[in-house]
Each structure stands twice: as structure tokens, then as C-alpha cells.
Design a protein around this ligand. Structure first.
Ligand SMILES: [Zn+2]
Length: 249
């Protein structure tokens, strides 16, 4: 998608998950890297966009699950780009294992349990050291981008989103667009925190959201999902009332 000033956001569908390029004035950010052995697909996509590997300045990892950083090490070696991750997940990258998140439905709770049992065997990837670890909002001006990284915990503790031109949010697994009526992810370590991050993303004023799974979607779908979730959580009495309210403030 063109985003003005000759900048663009390009989704690279990788089967299991999406990666994204944000391109401005011949410089690029790569956000997420898919599963293992996705590096050729990503490099090919960058070539089709007229980028050489050295044009990729930063690789931003929205969180350290295997389907988002499976090809990170290979791409780091090919591009020499700096790697950015939230500080709370830096150790996961160095160990090459980001764990499995908790399920948010009956089915995904079972899948999560299986995932945790199989563990590293299924969810491991080549270890890599990050160059930049962040813990709060991080500006991208230095990399030629009108944008910033915003911590959006919930799916995992160190989940982050990338906000471009105050209109476009690349959100990893904080929002999932695989269901028709909701963007609630099937997995999340802390659902309360996740809803707070949704509110934060909504409050950025962004109009387009680019998830790690599924197609990009508009603000209205997030608003509807937020309303639905808010009602459901308040109705269910899942949390003590003051904490419940705090999740939506
Ligand atoms: Zn994930």
C-alpha cells in the first residue's frame, strides 16, 4: 500500500505468517521473518521491490515466536541489518526459542499444551543476538521512517507494534485477522494486558492494521472487536471489577 511521500508498506505472505516491508526513499524496514527457510522468499520479494539486501536497515521482530523469527538469523547474515526486539524477549532470541503462548479458546488451550510439551523441537530456530532492545516507544526517524515502535504486550510480554505515518500499524499477533467478526488472537499470555494494548493501538488514530496472520484491515473492525470483547469481559465477571475496568481505561 502507498502511504504518501513515495513510501509504501508491502505484505509478504509466507503461508504460516506475514512479513512486511516498509520502504521509504530506497531504505527499508523488515518486520518479522516467518518460519525457518522463509529467507529466500523474503529476499526474492525485496528484489522484486527493487531493494538490495543492504537497503534493509532494520529487522524488527514483533515477538519471538518461531513463526515470526524462524528465518531471522539467515536474513541477518544476508543483509547485515540491525535487529530490534523488546528487551523482555531478548533472551528468547539468544536461545532460539520463544516458547508457546496460552490458548484463548478451549481448542487453542489444548494446542498450547501440546506445543509446550513438544517445546523447542517444534518451536526452535537459529539463535541470534539483537542489536537494539527497547522497553518504551522508539522513534524510527534515524532510519528514514516517519514512524515509531510501540510496546503492545498481551500476546506475549514483549510484543511490539510499528506505527507508520500515524496511520498504519503493523501489529504482529496483537491482532489476528483470520476470523470474520473478531480480531482477537487464538493465543495470548495475558488477555487483560492484550485488551489494554488494543486500546492503545486504537488511540494511535491509525486507520489500517497489518496483522501477523491474515489480511490487513480497517479501524472499524478493531472498534467492533474492542466493543464486543469489552462487553464479554465485563459480562463474564472474569476479573475483579476494578481490574476489569482498568483494562479498558
Ligand atoms: Zn505469536
Amino acid at each position: 500500500m502507498e502511504i504518501g511521500n513515495q513510501a509504501q508498506i508491502v505484505r509478504v505472505p509466507l503461508g504460516r505468517a506475514n512479513a512486511y516491508f516498509v520502504i521509504s526513499e530506497g531504505q527499508a524496514l523488515l518486520i518479522d521473518t516467518g518460519i525457518r527457510r522463509n529467507e529466500q522468499k523474503i529476499v526474492q520479494a525485496s528484489g522484486n521491490l527493487g531493494l538490495s539486501p543492504s537497503n534493509i536497515r532494520l529487522i524488527i521482530i514483533t515477538h519471538t515466536h518461531y513463526d515470526h523469527c524462524g528465518s531471522l538469523k539467515a536474513l541477518k547474515d544476508m543483509t547485515g541489518a540491525g535487529i530490534v526486539v523488546h528487551h523482555s524477549e531478548a533472551t528468547c532470541l539468544k536461545e532460539g526459542y520463544g516458547g508457546f503462548p496460552k490458548g484463548t479458546t478451549r481448542l487453542t488451550k489444548v494446542i498450547s499444551l501440546i506445543g509446550r510439551t513438544i517445546g523447542k523441537h517444534l518451536g526452535g530456530y537459529a539463535p541470534v543476538s539483537p542489536d537494539i532492545t527497547i522497553s518504551e516507544r522508539f522513534g524510527l526517524e534515524e532510519y528514514g521512517m516517519d514512524g515509531y515502535i510501540l510496546p503492545t504486550p498481551g500476546h506475549t510480554l514483549g510484543s511490539i507494534s510499528v506505527i507508520i505515518a500515524n496511520r498504519h500499524a503493523i501489529v504482529g499477533d496483537t491482532l489476528f485477522n483470520i476470523f470474520r467478526k473478531s480480531v482477537f488472537p487464538p493465543f495470548a499470555d495475558d488477555q487483560e494486558e492484550l485488551l489494554r494494548s488494543w486500546r492503545k493501538l486504537y488511540d494511535t488514530g491509525c486507520t489500517y492494521f497489518y496483522p501477523g496472520h491474515g489480511n490487513p484491515f480497517g479501524r472499524e473492525k478493531l472498534r467492533r472487536s474492542l466493543e464486543k470483547r469489552k462487553k464479554r469481559t465485563l459480562d463474564a465477571g472474569k476479573y475483579p471489577s476494578d481490574r476489569r475496568r482498568a483494562a479498558f481505561c
